[in-house]
Write a protein that binds this ligand. Structure first.
Ligand code: ZN
Length: 430
């Protein structure tokens, strides 16, 4: 299968962070990785390949070398994307319509969500055989839509519009008298509605991803931020050769809302997993700290491409374009972790992989966003680089990136995970 078709298939099967992690877990299991559970013992031998999930929406996969690991070779991307979460009691009745009341999850562009067929997916927690269990659900068909107000009723609609999630974003679901969302979810799961105890349900756009352009230059899809990086890092991780380091791939939930959940990048998840792996291999605290000191992290989250109509928002000389290769992201205030050492290491890896590198920084008068790297480093200190692929319309529910860049990221990550990084007082060898 063509790489972008594979990417679009991964994204369309991953309408929520829970599904993205589930599909990542399936790909790992197919490649021979065993699932470990945080509540159980981890008997790990040299050469072990395994993964752990937390909350079903974050995942860490790792590969133990044959000899004792000499360092940590990490990459992180995020499973979540801005969207609308259904309220627990979401049904609103008015004027013969049934609507779903929602809250914003993350900082999305609201306008693209209007007049677009939407579906529902997420996690449902229910009573089953005397236990409380969670199941993933995806209705996989259009069941909601947020209609615009006609121009005749809002003549200023094209002159700048603000959206109030409470007033403007409830989604039309049905006409009065039809089945409610809980009934559809129960049907999809084959359970009784009264057994559903609670839900984490999200609206998602049904619009399929596509490759387009005069020479098929572009790929557009929901959730390219950050599933394009999750996919690229996963492919690179699976294709890589042997390393003397412990190679690990982290897929974190909740990046879009600050990462401070039990499963986010600002949790103990990564350090808990690394410490347990080291302990299972008979390594002591000093060996763990040596591995961290001899470690590296790639924080992979998409970057802003220069906009075709609004080039004025980009920096004067650091203006990434689609298909220009992997973007190294810089920020003087350390919101991005890239510094001259980590940039040099990752540029050399890209050069060896035949992957072009471009650079991004915000205009000096704009603050910009932050991502996973600087947050992870507050828990585990190691060299880190922030990278991404250039994309347009970040946080729209339909984003656009370069079709060639997916392969560039896979090649760069394959090369990265195949290296045995070694830091000595004399310098770094790859
Ligand atoms: Zn992102």
């Amino acid at each position: 299968m063509d790489l972008n078709e594979k990417l679009l298939s991964f994204i369309s099967r991953s309408p929520t962070a829970f599904h993205a992690v589930d599909n990542t877990a399936k790909a790992l299991a197919e490649a021979g990785y065993a699932e470990l559970f945080e509540t159980e013992d981890w008997p790990l031998a040299p050469g072990a390949k395994a993964f752990v999930r937390r909350n079903g929406s974050s995942l860490i996969a790792f590969r133990v070398p044959e000899e004792r690991p000499t360092g940590f070779l990490l990459a992180a991307a995020h499973s979540d994307s801005p969207c609308f979460k259904l309220k627990e009691s979401s049904v609103i009745q008015s004027d013969g319509y049934v609507k779903l009341s929602v809250e914003k999850y993350g900082g999305m562009l609201c306008a693209p969500w209007l007049d677009r067929p939407l579906s529902l997916a997420g996690r449902v927690t229910l009573r089953e055989g005397g236990r409380i269990v969670s199941r993933l659900v995806d209705l996989s068909r259009p069941v909601a839509l947020i209609p615009n107000l006609a121009i005749h009723m809002d003549r200023s609609a094209n002159e700048g519009k603000s959206y109030d999630a409470h007033v403007d974003m409830p989604a039309l679901f049905s006409l009065a008298g039809a089945k409610g969302p809980d009934a559809l979810v129960a049907e999809a799961l084959g359970v009784k509605a009264e057994d559903i105890l609670s839900k984490d349900l999200f609206l998602y756009p049904c619009t399929p991803g596509t490759v387009w352009g005069a020479e098929n230059e572009f790929v557009s899809s929901p959730r390219l931020d950050d599933l394009q990086c999750v996919f690229g890092c996963l492919e690179g991780f699976l294709q890589a050769g042997k390393s003397a380091c412990l190679a690990a791939l982290c897929v974190f939930d909740n990046e879009e809302v600050g990462s401070s959940s039990k499963q986010g990048a600002d949790s103990s998840f990564l350090t808990d997993v690394l410490r347990r792996v080291c302990a299972a291999l008979g390594m002591d605290e000093s060996e763990y700290l040596r591995c961290a000191a001899n470690g590296f992290m790639v924080s992979a989250d998409n970057a802003h491409a220069v906009h075709p109509n609004h080039g004025e928002h980009a920096d004067r000389s650091e203006r990434p374009v689609p298909n220009g290769g992997v973007v190294l992201k810089y920020n003087a205030n350390a919101r991005y972790t890239t510094d001259s050492v980590s940039a040099a290491v990752f540029s050399e890896i890209c050069r060896a992989a035949g992957v072009p590198v471009q650079r991004y920084s915000n205009r000096a008068d704009k603050p910009g966003g932050s991502t996973l790297g600087n947050i992870s480093l507050t828990h585990l200190s190691l060299e880190c680089v922030d990278i991404g692929l250039a994309q347009l319309a970040m946080h729209s529910c339909y984003e656009t990136a370069g079709a060639k860049d997916t392969e560039y990221l896979v090649r760069a990550m394959k090369e990265y995970y195949s290296r045995s990084l070694r830091k000595t007082p004399e310098g770094i060898s790859l």
